[in-house]
Design a protein around this ligand. Sequence first.
Ligand code: AHM
Ligand code: MG
Length: 336
Amino acid sequence: MIPTHTLSRFIRAQERLHPGSTGELSELLSSIALGVKLISQIVTTAGFKGLYGYSGRTNIQDEQTRLLDEEADQVLVEILGSSGHFGLLVSEEQDSVIATDARQENAKYIVAFDPLDGSSNIGSNIPVGTIFAIYKKLDGRGPAKVDDFFQPGTQLVAAGYSVYGAKTTFVYSTGEGVHDFTLDPSIGEFVLTEKSIKIPERGNIFSINEGNSPYWEEGTKNYVSLVKTLDKSRGYPYSSRYVGSLVADFDRTIRKGGIFLYPASTKHPKGRLRLLYECIPLSFIMEQAGGMAVDGTEKRVLDIVPEDIHERCALVVGSRHDVKEYLSSVYDPKKA
Ligand code: AHM
Ligand code: MG
């Protein structure tokens, strides 16, 4: 089949639907796609380049970083930093915000990213990925500042993720649906594989690290016991799947339906995942696909205003029916 719908053509076609658009957003999405292609190549060849090991450094969350985390980080910092469109960058791998040359030229956009999500899995040939969130600066004038990142997800301009697995995908949204592209390595291009992804209203898979069950709050315990009940009239039990790479668990959830949970617990009182470059972008995509994303209470993740660039957040995301059922188990334990 001739790949007529490449990512760059698709982005430009979307842009033409908005007369007067400057083309900047298209350029910055293309920069991210270039970074992702480079990381995909690095991930594929990391084993024989000896990049699976630890770097000897710990990040601000006190996690040991791997050589591959640092490589992926460097790629995105260089590609996005030199694109001329982003004034500031936030990376999971760097303690503070990263200023770019374009900052002084008042670049309009800022971007937060997790360069290599799930990297504890890399030596096992399990999918890993990249997540990004793009905002406009709060104030049109002057260099970007750290406060520009403290906007709720409802203000996102675009968000997306890639999964480096059996195939490399690029899934993104600019607030007009969620579109899925697959890298064709023979031509080095992302090709459209699904336009306007919609998550099923209800799934039959739940995804949570059950090893954390001794630390869970009652609501999570109630819900997980509900989905494991033998009650066919209510559609239970569900299947269990947990990859341990957020991008991979999320990607399955958005395509097949169901629910992914990384709740608050006594072990992770604020949740384990990061708000700015994991929970907010994926919640934006989930809502765009017709699903729901809450912080384990009734609060929509997209309504949370970050107060710190590396803040953590609890995440319950997936099909509308399943997230609502989770909330009723939390608020009405007798249901479970
Ligand atoms: P990372 O960004 O440092 O890779 O950490 C986030 C990862 C997610 O990909 C995944 O959902 C989660 O951590 C797994 O955590 P756990 O091992 O506690 O289940
Ligand atoms: Mg991550």
